[in-house]
Design a protein around this ligand. Sequence first.
Ligand SMILES: C[S@@+](CC[C@H](N)C(=O)[O-])C[C@H]1O[C@@H](n2cnc3c(N)ncnc32)[C@H](O)[C@@H]1O
Length: 437
Amino acid sequence: MRQLDIEFEPEHSQFSHLPYSERLKLLKDFDLSFIGKNGRLSLHNVHSFPAKFPPQLPYTFIKELTKENEIVLDPMMGSCTTLIEALRLKRVAYGCDIDPLSILIANAKLSSIDIEKIHRTGKSVLNNAFKNFSVNKSKIEKGILNYFDGKSLEFINYWFKKETQLELFALVQQINKLEDEGEMNFLKLIFSSIIITKSGGVSLATDLAHTRPHIAKGKSPASAFEEFNKKMSSTLKNYIPMEKPNFKIFRSDAKEIPLASNSVDLIVTSPPYANNAIDYLRAHKFSLVWFGYSLENITDVRNNFIGNNSFKGKDLVALPKRCMDIIGLVKKVDKQKGASLHCYYSEMRAVIQEMFRVIKNNKTVVIVVASSVIKGIDTLTHECLTDIGKEIGFNLIGINQRVLDRDRRMMPTRWKRNENSQIETRMHEEYVIIFQK
Ligand SMILES: C[S@@+](CC[C@H](N)C(=O)[O-])C[C@H]1O[C@@H](n2cnc3c(N)ncnc32)[C@H](O)[C@@H]1O
């Protein structure tokens, strides 16, 4: 019997007897820290992803503020925590992201799969890959030379041992042959999850999950075949697939959400940090490159990433006074960083404007952010985004402060705990901004 490995409240609203506006006010003061509590581990933890939500966070808002079959959106869905919780509660889940790995993760996790069948397919992928690898290594080597362009080849030669390259390529060749898209996505997810791990998985990198890879020349990575087999079996053992999921995934920019105006019942989202604190694609290219994305493709995606440091060719718009003051302070110390902060708040303005367009009247948008420190200056992200939202027309219900569970949420490595620093201590808190249209 499969157990739901959760420490959640019951699935019905605790406050359903109260009007919507009263429930919203209560959520403003709710304890959203969930320290030491488990989420639904089997589905959420298949693949590492920086700055994931604790599942209880979107769950609480979805449960209290929506009914079955209503639409819940996360326009920057990452590893799709909001969407999984929405589907578990029988809501309709919509998600956008520009990172191809996020799209892959979402399509794999949200599909309803047949566990026994996928296990059989995975075993035959593994057996065929192993057979090719054992019988004809030179054919696999030739295949690698044809599959990758020059730069990507340089990249895999630097970051992966020759033996690992052969094993990974033998596996990906078999996965690419699959006709069933659901099975292909799921096995790609397993494949990617043995590369992007805290230790750098089967690559020569360390600390990939924190997106700051370093080469560890002395590392002896485990066999990719063995890791794939282990990961597939352990994942499927506890996996609870979706039942009749009703979802839509869009590979699209959160500044241009492909949905009609006034069509969504609840948004729960968390944007990237300012100033490139987490460089998602720097880590994600370690697996994307095996799925046929060239390094150039990946750089193009990175240019549209909110929070990347580039601001050339982008619109820097007028913002509320507090934002302009902080941008001014940073500019005085470092002009470039000031301009990239201006770019971050300008892009976030466009995202908040777009969320305002798609959310229904009187409904709620929840934005979870932590503040970034640039050159010793606290950028007060939560206060700036609140000012921007109010200027656009949202009504601020409140800002709920939550403490980060350092053991669970992967944060940028440079945010080391320093109890003596007021700013550093604030970095271990997150702000849950609750807006109503
Ligand atoms: C903090 S993560 C979201 C994590 C998510 N809450 C979870 O639980 O996994 C932010 C996400 O924003 C995405 N993102 C960055 N720029 C974007 C853009 N212009 N449009 C849509 N998504 C974007 C990133 O790819 C990343 O997945």
